[in-house]
Design a protein. Sequence first.
Length: 70
Amino acid sequence: MTLDKRIDGAKDQLSGKAKEVEGKVTNDKAREGQGKAEKSKGKLKEKLEDAKDRVEETLDDVKDKVRNDK
């Protein structure tokens, strides 16, 4: 995962958490919901990047195996 992607996902999670807390403190259910959604978006970004990294690693392993078998 690139550093930029990690920062982007973490930023969404942090911003979402702040909005969620703000919504709870002010009893604003809409703001709280926005925060939860943004926090989830950040977590999803991280999971997608992790999956992408695992696929790339697997492809690299397969390529190495094919090269070594020749």
